[in-house]
Write a protein that binds this ligand. Sequence first.
Ligand code: PLP
Length: 403
Amino acid sequence: MTTAKRVRRINPSPSVAAAQRVRELKSRGLAIHDLTVGEPDFDTPEHVKAAAIRAIESGETKYTPVNGTPALRAAIIDRLRRRHGLNYTDAQITVGGGAKQVIFLALTATLDEGDEVVIPAPYWVSYPDMVRANDGTPVIVDCPEADGFKLTPDRLRAALTERTRWIVLNSPGNPTGAAYTTGELRSLAEVLLEHPQVRVLTDEIYDEIWYDDGEHSSLAAAEPRLVDRVFLTNGVSKTYAMTGWRIGYGAGPADLVAAINTLQSQLSSCPSSISQAAAAAALGGPQDFVLESVDVYRTRRDTVVKLIGETPGLSCATPSGAFYVLVDCRPYLGRFTPAGTRIETDEDFARHLLEDQQVAVIHGSAYGAPGYFRISFATSLEILTEACARIAAACATLSERPS
Ligand code: PLP
């Protein structure tokens, strides 16, 4: 069978591939210390599960409107109003099978061949391939650690062309945990106001997993003059430990939302009715789970940042949000393993951690961050402490000359 060009242009998600590799190694009986997981290790809150059970028992088991149930859309509108003071109408909300699907459909709805999408690096692995799958051209803009892994107005200005259709802003970001302040968003907005053809896709999936003072800021709220050009995406996966329920949403201009709904009507008709009932309960119900889980993540974050900081040759910035730490391992590139293999790249380094100490991480190049690797701290403090000790042990085996 010949596959279509759009499939040949893209790669399977490296994080999904890493998770698969870890599952295989575990099924062979190997004790893997897994720091690859991009999902909360908590269970979905009980009141959310109960809402899903009620939906099943009361017969909410049929197709729903393409853009989601009225109850879920109302819960999303209410949340965006409470959280950011943003006032969306019903026609500006769409619901899909995860934020991933919503983002993909926003690109399908708007990109023609050769249209450019500016993606600040480090980036979530899926953005460039989603753009390619939709005939667009990803324009990767390096945002070094010295800039806090964040896009600056100058770098943004230099990346924009007549063909730019979107810029993607993921804050707090995967894999860095870096987040834009209101002031930084406003400075980027000044540049964007000069380029009316450019829309902004904000991926705010980690906005509640937030450690700094004050609340995480959203571009549409920070710069109201851009509100008609922002497509805000979010979901319940990370905040409420609901990755398997597959519900995400988008809020933005009604014409874009209508186009997404048309695609959705031919794609899956609607997301699962049961998951939508659960998501409405998550967004509209008690939020104690969110506060409690963030406290747990904060302790883990502080532990990982401290242990990595104590490991000679490794360093990392302290994330403001999300549950990832991006670790700089560049000092180890060019060194040799005890078997005499030269560590050329971050991928070699990650392989060495796995082979030498059975610690699984994802190499930074997958995120456009060569010379780094990503640790997910969505796992227990015990596993994190043991894994960090093992990472230090694996580093200590690397020598400057082959033995
Ligand atoms: N956006 C980012 C930055 C992510 O890291 C992820 C999941 O890893 C998603 C979106 C996808 O979320 P969902 O489960 O809602 O599809």
